[in-house]
Design a protein. Structure first.
Lengths: 476, 711
């Protein structure tokens, strides 16, 4: 089988042919210099997955991203601002807001009454980081994590902000971070997708999570994130139908592959090759997935660590435990989404139950990786798509308040592979509104993650529609 | 005519060539001189055209003379102009090394004169001589061109050699790298050593080696430690650009301000080349340089000295049960992981024989690794990280690892290791971290070892010692509407947890609760309450499940008020179709919703029927403005016009901060037991949402999925 790059006859139309002719042999010669194995035949089906390697020594091999969808308030979690108590109910000074655009939900408010956290803060650990009482378990491990208080984004609404966080662009259709890593580093475990997605939902006001967030975009579809089910059978339709033995399944696949191969020879669409590989991956997953998703053999100590919900399929805790198992088995990127963090109103009512759902299990994941000697090679990221305003959305009342979207400053935390533990990076002003030290833009965030994974963010590129794309493309 | 012009130019060239040492270039002429690098390309290109025409018109002397002569004249003109400009440039820019320039000047002038001679004589000499003249032109152009290019681009431009710096292997290791190698050498390499190197020795200075740097050049040593003011390496770069002594020469690429600053700082605060990067503390004046250096260097540089394993062999070893990968592109070190526990055996382990000295990381977590397998692992001498979590290894087997001199991380979590493992810590000299959670090793052992082995970090997770509550039991039945004879199935996911339940609406405890031993039957609509208990845990919260038999739904239903256009459900069929909808998905077609008007529905039997109980199931999703009904009224009678009230219930308002914001709820109404043909239900939605809610002032939604009738 020759290389798909040259075999792809769909690409060869008249313009392509003439265009190629002019550079012709020169580019072939150059190509063979730049890409070592361009003309090497590939040995078998499984190895035709690109064996990507880090550009340089990586600090982390795998990522678990605990996405808190809906944007948890930084002011009730990691960014302690006593000033907001002192100035409770007073209007946000215009000099602080400085013309910042607002969402349609608060733009027409005549007053922006400042409101402090309804939950108390305390300093924890040797680092002395401030964490609110809503997150006692995360607070107890602040010396293992790095809190970044100076994230900022350009998007002001959920969908573009979330898409920006995940794909490096607000508009969608670009490959997700996990797909880029699958493309750049390949799969460590051929029996599992390199990019797995786990969903859960809290009781708070939720925002949508769409499959475009784990899209492969213009990359080959083998880099797409694979969404796991929340039922007891974590990958649906994986079992053979009744009466089909493993051998029969194999024979059936062989015949199907032969047919697909014929079709590929005819039209040359590389997506047919991807399809064949996906069938093969599913076949191998039939052995691997039951072994990995079986949580019943976990010890009592582990179950207690993650909390009693961790064996109920579809809970955040069970997703955290499963994420550890997948990651331990070599899955490059495990993406969790937990919905319900969009507290425009009744923040003090909703946030405790949201925090209760995630606090113990998030901390447990880090501690579990640590006790298994895996934390130094696994990067754990916790955070949402933007922050929340320091002023109340709608009129402020004694027992309830809400916060609108705030893209200018928000907090996330990271732990594990290559992350300096026990520090707080970046600082916001006393209103928690603007960043005054070490801002981290989403492009910086992505570049840092790729760097920790041993990839140069300017070299991990893919040519599409005539230009080279990368995860850290500056948005226009 | 043209030849006269060229003769004039030649005279001018001869003049300035002869007196080039004494030239004082007027300002107006400086630009003319600096045109040299531009002009020089013209005669070279034109010479190419000359050769082309010379050979293509080989047999047509007429055409050759006719076409070539003017071209030759022009070529000569530009060659002469180039030479003149070159001499002006050399005279003006004193910074050039005059020795290097001398030969370029001589050959350049010779090339121009040769071109002039060719142009003048081409038509008058025999063909063989024409060849020789052309050849001489090419030769001279090549020589002078090459010499000129060397001035601009430096030696080794065409055939670059790999620089050999740094010299000592250990200098590559990030932990021991000196600041000189990490920060200064890259500057010298990019800005200085194209001239100051053993083969060129400009100013008799070689900046490629520490010894020759100290020795210095013709003006003395380059470095006086601690005194940048008297170190030529520092002073020369800080001189103004116009200064003759300034380095690098004005036309070469200059050092950036930061590079200049680094060199001065480094000389001022060092006493030798040996200062290590990682010895520079935060208070040290060189700390900013350390930070910058560490920022730009890759995570871990290539610190493994052994040769790269055969890539084909590595490729072959990658299978569906085993992953063998270099740590990064170009690294000889391999990370090996086993992927399926059923596919682990000794023979497959032995297949790694050929790459065993390249393996630095071996990940066998969860694999059935036994002591006998450690035999092979002990031969993997480069191993730095070994993970045998949840495997079957014992202390006895681990003793075999004595040969692993580089092993610094050993993960034993979930194994049967006990405190006899102390001897293992002794035989592994590089050991830095040991993971021993969920083993038989106790906290006391660790405290003891921490004193004995100060270089080893023992990781033992404290675990959760306090009791925490279990999660609630779950109902496994597909629907809460059960068929006749269908049994209720409860489940708890934690092994060994016991479920206690009641069906009479009381809360289950050890006295009243029945132990769940298997599926059980209920009748009518029942509220099942269940808790889970287990040793070592607190009892779970009480779980409540409302289950319904389908009952005897009336065959006819008429909607007296119109449901919302947005959520019409299945209209009148919604209430009695025996399908409930999930509270989390309001778009489910089994929900029917009311907002502008309250719900009024008339249900009728074919014959009067004595209904004992009516149950109304509704949704509550407070964030989405879905509230419980405010009040429910049931009327009954044997004619639609003559109905009397048989039940009425007013519900308390939902309060801010109340629990269960998203759930399904049921209201039960006991009926008088008399037989009626018609039953009318009226349920009112919340007319005004209270002020604590974001939707305050608006109307609340009422979502109903099912109404049950029991005889």
């Amino acid at each position: 089988m020759s290389h798909p790059f040259f075999d792809h006859r769909l690409n060869i139309n008249r313009r392509y042919f003439l265009g190629k002719l002019s550079v012709g042999l020169g580019s072939l010669a150059l190509g063979s210099l730049l890409i070592k194995d361009l003309f090497q035949p590939e040995s078998d089906l499984t190895s035709s997955l690109p064996i990507g390697l880090p550009h340089f020594a990586p600090k982390a091999k795998r990522i678990i991203y605990l996405f808190q969808n809906g944007a948890p308030s930084q002011l009730e979690s990691f960014d302690y601002k006593p000033m907001l108590h002192k100035m409770y109910g007073q209007d946000l000074p215009a000099s602080v807001r400085n013309g910042q655009r607002l969402t349609g939900m608060t733009a027409n408010q005549d007053k922006f009454p400042l409101v402090g956290s309804a939950f108390s803060f305390q300093q924890h650990g040797q680092s002395g980081a401030w964490v609110s009482e809503l997150f006692p378990n995360i607070a107890s491990m602040v010396d293992d994590i790095c809190i970044i208080k100076s994230m900022h984004t350009e998007a002001i609404n959920h969908d573009p902000a979330l898409t920006f966080m995940q794909t490096g662009a607000q508009q969608g259709n670009r490959p997700s971070m996990g797909s880029w890593l699958s493309y750049g580093l390949g799969s460590e475990n051929q029996n599992l997708p390199a990019f797995c997605v786990l969903l859960s939902k809290g009781k708070g006001n939720g925002q949508g999570v769409y499959s475009k967030l784990w899209t492969n975009g213009f990359l080959d579809s083998r880099h797409q994130g694979v969404q796991f089910s929340n039922s007891e059978e974590r990958v649906l339709y994986l079992n053979d139908a009744d009466g089909i033995s493993r051998d029969e399944r194999r024979k059936m696949l062989d015949h199907l592959n032969a047919l697909n191969e014929m079709h590929y020879q005819e039209v040359g669409d590389p997506e047919i090759q991807s399809k064949i590989e996906q069938y093969e991956l599913a076949y191998r997953m039939q052995t691997a997935v039951p072994e990995i998703t079986d949580l019943s053999k976990e010890s009592d100590a582990t179950i207690k660590l993650y909390g009693p919900d961790c064996l109920i399929p579809g809970t955040y805790a069970s997703n955290c435990l499963l994420a550890r198992k997948l990651s331990e088995s070599g899955v490059r990127f495990v993406q969790l989404y937990h919905q319900g963090w969009d507290q425009h109103s009744n923040l003090s009512g909703e946030m405790p139950s949201q925090a209760l759902d995630v606090d113990r299990a998030s901390a447990a994941l880090v501690q579990d990786l640590k006790q298994r000697g895996l934390l130094d090679e696994t990067l754990v990221i916790w955070g949402g798509e933007f922050g929340r305003t320091n002023y109340c959305q709608g009129p402020l009342s004694a027992n309830a308040y809400g916060r609108d979207h705030h893209p200018r400053a928000y907090s996330i935390w990271m732990a594990g592979g290559g992350v300096k533990p026990g520090i707080v990076y970046g600082e916001t002003d006393e209103f928690g509104y603007n960043i005054i030290e070490n801002p981290v833009h989403i492009n910086d965030f992505h570049a840092t993650i790729l760097n920790l994974m041993g990839l140069d963010h300017e070299k991990l590129i893919y040519k599409h529609l005539g230009r080279r794309y990368r995860l850290t493309d500056k948005p226009l | 005519m043209h030849s006269n012009l060229n003769f004039g130019l030649a005279c001018l060239l001869a003049l300035i060539y002869t007196f080039s040492d004494q030239l004082d270039v007027p300002v107006a002429m400086i630009t003319a001189g600096r045109m040299h690098p531009l002009l020089l390309h013209l005669p070279i290109g034109m010479l190419g055209a000359v050769i082309f025409l010379h050979f293509t018109h080989f047999y047509n002397e007429e055409a050759r003379n006719h076409k070539l002569k003017p071209l030759l004249q022009w070529t000569a003109s530009f060659a002469l102009l180039t030479a003149i400009a070159g001499i002006l440039l050399a005279a003006e820019a004193q910074t050039y090394d005059q020795n290097e320039i001398a030969w370029h000047k001589h050959t350049g002038a010779a090339t121009a004169i040769m071109m002039l001679l060719t142009a003048s004589w081409y038509g008058k000499i025999p063909r063989s001589m024409q060849h020789i003249f052309i050849a001489l032109n090419v030769l001279l152009t090549f020589i002078s061109g090459h010499l000129g290019a060397t001035i601009t681009h430096g030696d080794n431009f065409l055939f670059p050699e790999k620089s050999e710096i740094p010299t000592i292997a250990s200098d590559l290791h990030p932990d021991t790298q000196s600041l000189y190698v990490a920060a200064i050498v890259p500057i010298l390499q990019s800005k200085c050593t194209s001239c100051h190197q053993p083969e060129k020795m400009k100013g008799n200075l070689d900046l490629t080696d520490t010894l020759t740097i100290l020795k210095g050049g013709k003006h003395g040593p380059s470095i006086t430690w601690g005194v940048p003011e008297s170190s030529l390496l520092a002073t020369r770069i800080h001189l103004p650009l116009s200064d003759e002594e300034h380095m690098p020469p004005a036309e070469r690429q200059q050092l950036t301000d930061k590079e200049k600053q680094w060199i001065s700082l480094w000389i001022q605060h060092s006493s030798s080349f040996a200062t290590k990067v990682n010895e520079i503390g935060p208070e040290h004046a060189l700390y900013p340089i350390r930070q910058a250096v560490e920022k730009r260097r890759p995570a871990v540089s290539n610190r493994h000295a052994f040769p790269v394993a055969d890539p084909d062999e590595v490729q072959r070893l990658n299978t569906f049960y085993r992953s063998v990968r270099p740590l990064f592109d170009g690294s000889p070190a391999l990370h090996v992981a086993w992927l399926l526990s059923g596919e682990f055996n000794d023979q497959r382990l032995q297949e790694l024989q050929k790459v065993r000295e390249n393996m630095t990381e071996l990940h066998l977590a969860g694999m059935p690794v036994k002591d006998e397998h450690l035999e092979f692992i002990s031969a993997c001498v480069s191993l730095e990280k070994l993970n045998v979590n949840n495997s079957l290894v014992t202390v006895k087997g681990l003793e075999k690892l004595a040969g692993l001199k580089n092993l610094h991380s050993l993960s034993l979590t979930g194994t049967q290791t006990d405190n006899s493992a102390e001897k293992i810590w002794r035989i592994l000299p590089s050991l830095k971290t040991v993971y021993v959670s969920q083993t038989r090793i106790l906290k006391a052992d660790i405290q003891n070892w921490e004193k004995k082995f100060p270089n080893i970090q023992f990781v033992l997770a404290p675990g959760i010692s306090e009791k925490i509550p279990l999660s609630v039991p779950v109902l496994k039945n597909e629907s809460t509407i059960i068929q006749k004879e269908e049994a209720i199935v409860l489940q708890h996911f934690i092994q060994g947890a016991k479920i206690l339940y009641t069906t009479d609406g009381t809360s289950p405890d050890t006295i009243r609760g029945k132990v769940y031993e298997g599926p059980f039957q209920v009748s009518g609509s029942s509220d099942i309450q269940a808790v889970a208990v287990k040793d070592g845990w607190l009892a779970s919260d009480v779980a409540r499940f409302s289950v319904f038999e389908k009952g005897s739904p009336p065959p006819h239903c008429t909607l007296l008020t119109k449901p919302s256009m947005q959520y019409p459900g299945l209209l009148e069929k919604t209430f009695t179709n025996g399908e409930q909808a999930p509270a989390s998905n309001l778009r489910d077609p089994n929900w029917i919703a009311y907002r502008d008007k309250p719900f009024h529905g008339l249900f009728s039997y074919n014959a009067p029927t004595a209904v004992k109980k009516i149950s109304l199931s509704y949704a509550q999703q407070i964030p989405q403005y879905v509230f419980p009904p405010v009040s429910v009224r049931i009327l009954a009678g044997n004619s639609p016009d003559q109905l009397t009230q048989v039940a009425f219930q007013k519900l308390p308002l939902f309060q801010a901060g109340e629990k269960d914001q998203i759930t399904s709820r049921v209201l039960h109404f006991q009926m008088p037991g008399k037989a009626y043909k018609y039953y009318r239900m009226e349920a009112s939605n919340l007319p005004v949402i209270p002020s604590w809610h974001p939707g305050k002032g608006e109307k609340g939604w009422l979502f109903i999925d099912e109404i049950f009738f029991y005889e």
